[in-house]
Structure formats: structure tokens, C-alpha cells
Ligand binder design. Structure first.
Ligand SMILES: N[C@@H](CCC(=O)N[C@@H](CS)C(=O)NCC(=O)O)C(=O)O
Length: 219
């Protein structure tokens, strides 16, 4: 399977962790903001990452891909089937991909991705707007993470993966885990990152970051 996009993206990392949880490997493929390769545009019609090519079956959007992978490779389950747990898991996935990412990516895009990769000027006003939105989001996460275990039910699910992945991306712009302000979030995030799946992805991500953004790699 080809996975288009870089692990700096919370959405790409989310799919990479899901693949690793399910014991599946992938070949990284070129895609992302500014990439206009015909191959990439064929799999991702709006040029967004991630996208996959699984033996000729192509799909874009991290949540669409995760649902596809869950149906094709159901073990271990990462999307609950109990109605309330399913509702909560979809909520956290949606919250991570929209509310949290909308604020966090204002910072990443306007201070890092735009200026470093797309020749755009730093847009400090938008980055500051994102920063101003984060405390409410961090307070919400701190209020819902459990003292032990995972966001929804007993098992590690897509809810944990999506929200934790956004936090991983934010550490490159100075907003990683903050144990003194958000101790429950920091402990839950550390639990997620300690999983063998996440460690595997983390190794690939560290190598990539050394190559593309060495000054941020050890953030
Ligand atoms: N809802 C989509 C969001 C994908 C997305 O916006 N990815 C960003 C990178 S983090 C992107 O490709 N941006 C390029 C663009 O919007 O042109 C998903 O979950 O995959």
C-alpha cells in the first residue's frame, strides 16, 4: 500500500498509526501542499494528504481511509461498535480533525509549512489566532481524558489516535505535552506514544524530520 504525504501532518500520522496497529506496512509516497505530480492528483483530487493506493484502490481523507482499513483489516478493532462508544469515537475523530486541527494548523502552516516549503511569508496574525484558540481546546481535552486507559471505553481507538496525533504535530511549534498545565493529557499522550505501533511511526517520523526540518526534529 502507498501512503501519500509526510508524517508531519496529523492526518497522515493518524493513518500510519492505524496501519501499524493492524500490523500493516506501507510505502511512503510524495504528496502534500505544493505537490502537483499527476500520480498524487489522481489519488487525491483536492491535493490533500493523506491518500492511499491499495493495489489500485485509491482513497483520500484520513477518516475515509481509516474506515476502509477497519472494514478490510478488522483486527485489532480501532472503531467501536457499541452505539454510544461509536458515537464518542466519531466525535473525538471529528473534533481532532476539525476543531483541534483548524486551530493547531493555523500555527504550523503559517509559521512552518508556508514559509519553509511553499515560499509564502510568515503570517503571524493567523498563527497568533491559532495560539489564542488553543487554551480552550487543551482545557477540553484535559477534562475528558481518563486518569488511566483511553478516551472511549476500555480499548485504544481512533479517538486516541486522532487527538494524540494532532498533539504530536503541535510539538514542532512549541505546543507539545505540557505536564504542569495539563497533567492528565500529558500522561494519556505518553501512554499512546509508548505503544509499539506509535514507536514504529515515531522512528520513521524522526528520520523524515531530520531530513526536511532538522532544526525542529528534536522539539
Ligand atoms: N479532512 C482531511 C484533511 C486533510 C488536510 O487538510 N491535509 C492537509 C495537510 S495537514 C493538506 O493536505 N493541506 C493541503 C491543502 O489544503 O491544500 C483528512 O482528514 O485527511
Amino acid at each position: 500500500m502507498k501512503l501519500y504525504g509526510a508524517l508531519l501532518s496529523p492526518f497522515v500520522r493518524k493513518v500510519a498509526v492505524v496501519l501499524a496497529e493492524k500490523g500493516l506496512d506501507y510505502t511512503p509516497a510524495r504528496g502534500g501542499p505544493g505537490v502537483t505530480d499527476a500520480e498524487f492528483l489522481a489519488v487525491s483530487p483536492f491535493a490533500k494528504i493523506p491518500a492511499i493506493d491499495d493495489d489500485g484502490f485509491t482513497l483520500a481523507d484520513s477518516s475515509a481511509i481509516v474506515h476502509y482499513l477497519e472494514a478490510k483489516y478488522p483486527s485489532p478493532p480501532l472503531i467501536p461498535t457499541d452505539p454510544q462508544a461509536l458515537g464518542h469515537a466519531v466525535w473525538f475523530d471529528e473534533f481532532g480533525d476539525t476543531i483541534f486541527a483548524a486551530s493547531g494548523l493555523k500555527i504550523l502552516f503559517n509559521r512552518v509549512v508556508g514559509p519553509r516549503f511553499l515560499g509564502l511569508p510568515v503570517n503571524e496574525a493567523l498563527a497568533l489566532e491559532g495560539e489564542a484558540e488553543l487554551p480552550r481546546i487543551f482545557a477540553y481535552i484535559e477534562s475528558v481524558v481518563p486518569d488511566d486507559g483511553w478516551l472511549v471505553g476500555e480499548a485504544f481507538t481512533i479517538a486516541d489516535i486522532t487527538v494524540a496525533s494532532m498533539l504530536c504535530t503541535l510539538r514542532y511549534v512549541g505546543y507539545g505535552s505540557n505536564a504542569s498545565a495539563y497533567p492528565k493529557t500529558a500522561a494519556w499522550h505518553a501512554r499512546a506514544l509508548a505503544r509499539p505501533s506509535w514507536q514504529l511511526v515515531q522512528e520513521k517520523e524522526a528520520a523524515l524530520m531530520q531530513r526536511i526540518l532538522p532544526d525542529l526534529a528534536n522539539a
